[in-house]
Structures are given as structure tokens and as C-alpha cells.
Design a protein around this ligand. Structure first.
Ligand code: KG4
Ligand code: ZN
Length: 334
């Protein structure tokens, strides 16, 4: 079954053709990041306009790359939640129009479920059940993936998402949006033990995260030293902050796995590209005799291939929509 998938939840307009949930025939991503960088973050109004401009060429290119016509496509998929509402609506309305004109079934797909599915493309042998750490710019969840379309949230952030914390810390150090990627690079040359930063815990919720205090701690460290005219080693600050965030993520994730007795662990979302997170979990899982899976780095950020993958399993579960489909800014992964 060939699915033409569309993604427009944030600042990437993307389209892909995916066969049977695992085989990517084409994947096109048009990023708007350069334009949003001017403002230090995503400007929703600009995002919607750029999606509207890019969506037709991006979808056309995805079909061309796959050397297919619409007649050879079996279904359409689109991200309908969560995300920026104006951005989501561009993809949803485009997909509805295409469904109406072609008669192809329409599969609404949850953005975070799609991030998890990026692993089905990178790891062909991977099947549920598994425990997944989903870490992106907007979310940080520990999810029990019982089946392809059956999920349970085990832990979540109480404030900032991990990616958001990375981006805000990076911005304070003058790195361009989205700074998480550069912070990760700079951290490679620093000492993670140079600065002592807190590991916030949430009382009575051992699997939940809280990153806002940690983010404030690093921002205070930077501001206080600037006021005193002391120049801190940037690589050391990045390495210490990255170590603190990864430590919080890994500690809760491994505790959840142990308590639930799950021995197959997976990571997903933009932050799953983080070098230290990948390396630490790889080692910890090896030591414990757990299976560990991660998406290829090229599939960690937003793309439509992951949407086409998840949509296949949503279709098999009977999750299709009519032309009354709407977009939603928030929606639980469950
Ligand atoms: O999943 P994603 O592309 O978009 C959302 O759905 O939010 O995640 C984007 C987030 C940004 O906050 C970005 O800074 C972060 O992922 N990110 C990273 C790395 N690469 C991307 N954070 C830390 N280390 C990285 N290597
Ligand atoms: Zn995303």
C-alpha cells in the first residue's frame, strides 16, 4: 500500500511517499528555519503563509521523486495534531481537497505518533511493544507503545520540553534558532562536570520531567558571570547543561523501563538526534541487556516519511477521516 503523506505542523513543509509503512519511496522537506531565525523562534503567521506557498511544489516533488502519479497512490495521510493551528490547517485543507478530487482515503495522523514511527523506517525489525522517550521542541514524554496505535503516557514534562530548554539556553548564549543543534555540537568540546547544575525532580511522579528550573539555573549562571565581567568557557557551559538534561531524561526513562519490566527501548523526536542522549542510552541499554532503537539522524526532525509510516498502521486500525476532518493545536498521543 502506497501512502502520500503531508506534514505542516511547525516550520517544515514536507511530503513523502511510503510503501507498507516501512519503505520510503520519496521524502521532501522544505524548511522555513532561516526566516524564523530572524525572530529567534517560529512566528506562527509566517509559518502558515510559507506552508501555503510551499505545499503544492513539495507534494508535486514527492510524487516526482517516487516516479509515481496520483493514480498509483492508495491513500493520503496528513498531520492533524498537535502543532501550530494555522500551520496544521494548511496541510489538512490541502489533503482534504486532494482526497475529495481523487477519491483517495484520508488518514489523520498524530505528530508525536509519527515521530515514534520514524523508528519503523530506520529499524525494519522493530515492532511494538516498547517504551519510547519522545523528545521534541514541544513535548517530552515517556510513552508505552503497546501496539502501533495503542499508547499510554507513563511520564511527561510539567513545564518546558527538552528541546525548548535546549533552545532557550542556546539563545542566551547567542546561538541562532533552533540552538539545540549547535549547543549539542559545541558541548562536544566541553567538560560536562565544569558547572554543577540541578537535576529537578517532580515529587511523587518519578517519571515526570521539569526543565524550567534547570533552564533558569543556566541562564542565571550566564547572566551573573556577565554582570561580574567573568567570561565562562562556552563549551563547558554547553557540556554541563547538556549533561544535566540528558541525565534527567535517561534516569527517568530507565527507571520507568525497570519498573514496568520493559526491555525494548526506543527514542524519537528532534532531541533524539542529540549525540550524548544517543550514546548514553546505547551504553546503558547494552549494560542492562536491553534492546535499543533510535531513528536515523535524518529522520529525527520533522518530515513526512514518518507520517506515511504511522499512517499505514492507523489505516490498518481503521482510522480514516472524511472531509469534515479538522486540525487541533493540542491532542494527547493516547
Ligand atoms: O521534533 P522536532 O523537529 O520538532 C517538534 O516537533 O518540536 O524537534 C525540534 C527540537 C528543537 O528544539 C531542536 O533544538 C531540537 O529538537 N534538537 C536538538 C538536537 N537536534 C534538534 N536538541 C538537542 N540536540 C540536538 N542534536
Ligand atoms: Zn516534531
Amino acid at each position: 500500500m502506497r501512502i502520500l503523506a503531508i506534514e505542516s505542523s511547525c516550520d517544515e513543509t514536507a511530503a513523502a511517499v511510503v510503501e507498507d509503512g516501512r519503505n520510503v519511496l520519496s521524502s521532501v522537506v522544505a524548511s522555513q528555519v532561516e526566516e524564523h531565525r530572524l525572530y529567534g523562534g517560529v512566528v506562527p503567521e509566517i509559518a502558515s503563509r510559507r506552508h501555503a506557498e510551499a505545499i503544492t511544489p513539495v507534494v508535486t516533488q514527492a510524487l516526482e521523486q517516487a516516479k509515481l502519479t496520483l493514480e498509483e497512490i492508495d491513500a493520503l495521510a496528513v498531520t492533524y495534531a498537535p502543532g501550530l493551528i494555522g500551520a496544521l490547517l494548511v496541510g489538512v485543507n490541502f489533503a482534504k481537497g486532494l482526497s475529495l478530487s481523487t477519491g483517495l482515503p484520508l488518514i489523520p495522523t498524530h505528530h508525536l505518533r509519527s515521530h515514534i514511527a520514524s523508528n519503523y523506517i530506520s529499524n525494519l525489525e522493530l515492532k511494538p511493544p516498547f517504551l519510547c522517550l519522545v523528545v521534541s521542541g514541544g513535548h517530552s514524554h515517556i510513552v508505552m507503545v503497546e501496539d502501533y496505535t495503542k499508547m499510554k503516557i507513563i511520564g511527561r514534562t510539567r513545564d518546558d520540553a527538552a528541546g525548548e530548554a535546549f533552545d532557550k539556553a542556546a539563545r542566551t548564549m547567542g546561538m541562532p534558532y533552533p540552538g539545540g543543534i549547535e549547543l549539542d555540537k559545541v558541548a562536544e568540546d566541553g567538560n560536562p562536570l565544569a558547572f554543577k547544575l540541578p537535576r529537578p525532580v517532580v515529587n511523587d511522579a518519578p517519571y515526570d520531567f521539569s526543565f524550567s528550573g534547570l533552564k533558569t539555573a543556566v541562564i542565571n549562571l550566564l547572566h551573573n558571570s556577565a554582570q561580574k565581567g567573568i567570561e565562562l568557557n562556552k563549551a563547558d557551559v554547553c557540556a554541563s547543561f547538556r549533561y544535566a538534561v540528558v541525565d534527567c531524561l535517561v534516569t527517568n526513562f530507565l527507571k520507568a523501563a525497570e519498573d514496568l519490566g520493559v526491555k525494548r527501548l526506543v527514542i524519537a523526536g528532534g532531541v533524539s538526534a542529540n549525540r550524548l542522549l544517543r550514546k548514553t542510552l546505547e551504553e546503558e541499554c547494552k549494560n542492562r541487556g536491553y534492546e535499543f532503537y533510535m531513528p536515523d539522524k535524518s529522520l529525527c526532525g520533522d518530515n513526512a516519511a514518518m507520517v506515511g509510516s504511522q499512517a499505514y498502521y492507523e489505516y490498518l486500525s481503521g482510522n480514516t477521516a472524511g472531509t469534515d476532518l479538522n486540525a487541533y493545536a493540542t491532542m494527547s498521543i493516547e
